[in-house]
Design a protein around this ligand. Sequence first.
Ligand code: NAP
Length: 277
Amino acid sequence: MRVGLIGYPVEHSLSPAFQQAALDACGIPARYELWPTPPERLPARLAALSAPDVVGANVTVPHKEAVARAVDELAPRAQRAGAVNTVVNRSGRLIGDNTDIPGFLYPLARRGLPVPDLRILLLGAGGACRAAVVALAASGCRTLVVANRTSSRAVALVSEFSFGHPVPLGPELVRVLPVTDLLVNATAIGWQGTESPIPLEWLDLLPAHALVYDLTYRETPLLAAARARGLAVLDGLEMLVAQGAESFRLWFGTDPPFELMMQAALEARARRFGTNR
Ligand code: NAP
């Protein structure tokens, strides 16, 4: 049996490390493979998913939206998000789902955070942000502000879901930050160098109890600056493992060993980045 990751590029992925650890621990005779797929090869890759020995796939950048349009059937939450990160091969029929949605919520639930009571500022308007908006809407969030570099995308997102308030990613945020309990970075900023989605000194405006949640699954300048200010921080690794654990449940119908997956992900991240953050 085989499962794999469809994306381009995928070589950097931590998923094989923690998915294979879970498969081995559960005694499931399957391999988790990397399936690098340039856009022109996506149709052939999807066709190959219907083979009897393929259980399913994860999907990552840049294919999540295209796969949502191509599968035979969509889970309701994937339909809402307009994006698929998990495909299940059910006797040749491809079912698309989106486990980024429960994955985003998992670390918040694990910390006992009451989503309906949190005032949330979400930075971004791309795929990860859409998953977060679907997740927050479904869990009763009442106060959401969405800020994105391209303002019109935040406006369109909020209007599509009839949920949240768009604010430009700029000086207007200094009025929002003091009334924010949870700041989420769902932009692509954080992987490289010293870039931050907002000026780091603006973190001084957050209440002392605020949590800074960066979906980047490693240390970022934003997280480092928040930690230095005594704020609670959370990187994206737990979300990554949580979305993978939910994919595993969909493929194999059984609960994977989450802590073992988390440990394997931490070790794979340390190997990749040379640091344990
Ligand atoms: P995406 O769809 O490409 O969206 C990228 C977002 O980043 C857009 O809102 C874009 O704004 C913004 N952005 C890009 N460059 C920027 C810049 N220089 N300044 C300000 N904003 C900028 O990407 P995505 O799939 O949503 O992923 C976003 C992040 O979430 C990535 O770091 C990804 O690794 C992470 N992620 C993590 C998990 C996890 O499990 N932890 C899951 C999914 C994604 P514009 O609209 O203005 O271009």
